[in-house]
Design a protein around this ligand. Structure first.
Ligand code: ADP
Ligand code: MG
Ligand code: ZN
Length: 474
């Protein structure tokens, strides 16, 4: 019996306006190499200056994961040569990272949870990009010097499932804190997976491989599964020591296999040493006080929704799993509607119409509008059935709720006087039926309701019609 051991390193690109050590903008979708300066081009004599915004975001993360914030941290040089790094070293925090000893709980579907220890999180500068274009290779340095936070766990995860739960949780926390956009496709949430196996019961750590550059949760899961299978097979075939070595592997999603990319360097290969051009990074008491204020996180929000709104576990999970959904829901609630209706109209009606293709942020019907539509059901202006028609219309045209209700003639008549008149007319027009009803044929009640609804062309509020008819027919 084997046990899987996984440790994760995540590089989160921080959404600051300017780069880590210079004032170049961090938007790199511009023309190649325009967002550069002597500092991020590593021209001789140019000196880096730390962007304070980075400390703010790092402290926010540290607070969210209950970590120690090192009030004084330092920068180090990690030496390596690669064309996308003009300085031939990366500025990182090797000896004293800003964040240490944090933890994150992952929640399993059966309600149990597990704590994953986060050894440290450190600040570092991103490299540029190599672009291979036919037989020419180009270098774009717009991204060089962009701030990253590398978040490193202890080898605490025991399955692909646990790794994915951890990653989704971390991803959602980054989004809730709004310290990065965490877009996996665009590389602002990059995951390195370290995987090894060992005989169950053994607590030694065996040789691990690192799998890099997988850009979706689904493929991370598959990469882990296929790599674990490879290691197990090597063990069972008695060739573990020949086949499993500390190296960096690539996951090929077409072939569903991992392949050796390069041998993994040891720390000594990088010749880490303290960065002489930068001062230490200090977080003062005053900064700490301000930076450690963070918004409500997913777990707390989920608990609150369950407790305050009587929401069930499932819906609370769905709504808090993404910060956009949670905010959308809360904005709907500002209309003073019931949480139950807000939940249904968000998670069922709206989601069905967005078909999972459109991010809720780009929904043609915003939270304020959807909340107001629900309010119109609750104040009995329209029926729930009519509201679906209104929503269909709002999905394709940017109109206001009341305008659509009027235009489609969906307003329910709740005016007692008008409804009483209608009821009287129906009663007067059907004297025999009234006799039969009074004589005990109670089934006829539905006939009267139906006639009134028909006369009102469906606009009468059926509940009110029921009440009036009951009173009149005795
Ligand atoms: P390096 O400095 O070489 O990147 P670290 O000690 O910082 O190595 O570990 C990097 C990541 O690998 C961490 O997330 C750690 O938990 C994980 N890790 C270390 N050893 C193992 C192992 N034997 N199996 C799985 N993961 C491991
Ligand atoms: Mg590492
Ligand atoms: Zn610059």
């Amino acid at each position: 019996m084997f046990e899987t051991v996984i440790g994760l390193e995540v590089h989160v690109q921080l959404n600051t306006k300017t780069k880590l050590f210079c004032s170049c903008p961090t938007s790199f979708n511009h023309k190649q190499n325009v967002n550069t300066c002597p500092t991020c081009l590593a021209l001789p004599g140019a000196l880096p200056v730390l962007n304070k915004e980075i400390l703010h975001k790092a402290v926010m993360l540290g607070t969210a994961i209950d970590a120690t914030v090192n009030r004084t941290s330092y920068f180090d040089r990690k030496s390596y040569f690669y064309p996308d790094s003009p300085s031939a070293y990366q500025i990182t925090q090797f000896y004293t990272p800003i964040i240490q000893n944090g933890e994150l709980d992952i929640n399993f579907e059966n309600g149990s949870k597990k704590t994953i220890r986060i050894g440290f999180a450190h600040i570092e500068a991103d490299a540029g990009k190599n672009i291979h274009d036919g037989n020419i290779s180009k270098v774009d340095l717009n991204r060089a010097g962009t701030p990253l936070l590398e978040i490193v766990t202890q080898p605490d995860m025991r399955s692909a499932e646990e790794a994915i739960l951890y990653l989704k949780k971390l991803h959602s926390i980054i989004r809730y804190l709004d310290i990065g956009d965490a877009n996996m496709q665009e590389g602002s949430f990059r995951v390195d997976v370290n995987v090894s196996i060992r005989p169950k019961g053994d607590d030694k750590l065996y040789t691990r491989v690192e799998i890099k550059n997988i850009n979706s949760f689904k493929f991370i899961q598959k990469a882990i599964e296929v790599e674990v299978a490879r290691q197990r097979e090597a063990w069972e075939d008695g060739v573990y020591d020949d086949e499993i070595c500390q190296e960096t592997r690539l996951y090929d999603q077409d072939k569903n296999e991992t392949r050796s990319m390069r041998g993994k360097e040891e720390a000594a290969d990088y010749r880490y040493f303290p960065e002489p051009d930068l001062l230490k990074a200090v977080v003062t008491d005053e900064m700490m006080e301000i930076y450690s204020k963070i918004p409500e996180l997913p777990d707390a929000k989920r608990g609150r929704f369950i407790k305050d709104y009587g929401m069930n576990e499932y819906n609370a999970n769905v709504i808090t799993s993404s910060v956009e959904m949670a905010h959308f829901f809360e904005e709907m609630m500002e209309q003073g509607i019931s949480a139950k209706n807000a939940t249904t109209w968000l998670t069922v009606e709206l989601q069905a119409r967005l078909k999972g293709e459109v991010n809720i942020n780009n929904s043609p019907v915003n939270a304020q509008k959807l909340g107001f539509l629900v309010k119109r059901i609750e104040d009995k202006t329209i029926s729930a059935k009519a509201a679906k028609e209104v929503l269909d219309k709002l999905m394709t045209e940017n109109l206001d709720v009341d305008g659509v209700i009027d235009a489609l003639g969906l307003k329910q008549v709740t005016d007692m006087g008008a409804l009483e008149t209608m009821c009287d007319e129906i009663i007067d027009a059907n004297p025999e039926k009234v006799e039969q009803y009074k004589g005990g044929k109670e089934k006829l009640f539905g006939f009267f309701v139906g006639q009134v609804m028909k006369a009102s062309k469906g606009s009468a509020n059926p509940q009110v019609v029921n009440e009036i008819l009951k009173a009149k027919l005795g």
